[in-house]
Design a protein around this ligand. Sequence first.
Ligand code: FAD
Length: 300
Amino acid sequence: MSHTRPYRIFNAAFARALDVTPHLRRITFAGPEIAEMATWAPDQRIKIFFPTDDGRVPNMPDVEDWYATYKSVPVAERVPMRTYTIRNLRADQAEVDVEFVLHGENGPASRWATHAQPGDKVQISAPNRRAEKIGGGFEWEPPADPRHVLLMADETAIPALAGILEQLAARQSPPPCEVFAEVADRADALVLPTWPGLTVHWLIRQEEGDPRPGDLLTAAINRAKLPAGSDQTITELETIDIDATVPWELAKGTEGAFYAWIAGESEAIMSIRRILIKERGIDRSLLNLMGYWRFGKVYE
Ligand SMILES: Cc1cc2nc3c(=O)[nH]c(=O)nc-3n(C[C@H](O)[C@H](O)[C@H](O)COP(=O)(O)OP(=O)(O)OC[C@H]3O[C@@H](n4cnc5c(N)ncnc54)[C@H](O)[C@@H]3O)c2cc1C
């Protein structure tokens, strides 16, 4: 029954947009079904189904195994589906905000976000307010009282990062925290919450000779404040074929003095994974390492 499933399909329409920075557009989706949407964490991921270029609007049935249904449609006939983060949900107003990186006309989501007009329809697979139990789709689960938090994000993970910082700032005693955030231009460095133990390093590609996305984050890991590593460093890490699989490694347990949440371009994530685990001997059970997109490739 759709009303108690953890996730369901929501019909929604573009209501309005706000350019938070030159490359980050906050789109507000509205529609009566959004009153039934939930969000369980600041990095809550959702899937958005977009219209096709020839104007076919998404029409996914709200069934339990919507993913199998989606995959059963021949590739040429599928509507595009991409992963995004709930930035703000106002279920009482039946509105949800999603922040889109505008990276050009080369992907259906970025293209749609660039041109969408009021009333344009999408569908969203998102948490269901009536779910009997929390159904996942988020990774931010920090220990109650970490001694140090490391957050690293490129622009695709900045909506989640901003939500995470808002949540930490609201704690009675926010933990010491270091942030590395990589964006294209200085104007993309948005205003983030602040507290005495928080240090934010903006990594601006345009000021560093426009390197490949992710390169500045990778280099920055060497100046991040890290816990002492183990002498028993792992000599060989399992290989991940990032063309076939999204790199996604998660911290285990909610105890620990150190906690890292690192999300961005997949090759950068792989490099950071190697440096942290293999070179620095950091306990991998303290690390969330998440590929949010892949340079030059398409992940659904
Ligand atoms: C859990 C999760 C949460 C995410 N949350 C957000 C979010 O809140 N906001 C957001 O903007 N993105 C988010 N992303 C990333 C988003 O899913 C990808 O950027 C996606 O590829 C965008 O789809 P597209 O149709 O625009 O491009 P695609 O069709 O997927 O890709 C087309 C081309 O564009 C390139 N490309 C894709 N993204 C970028 C980029 N950001 N910069 C430059 N080139 C790019 C690809 O490498 C490819 O060459 C999230 C991803 C995950 C896994």
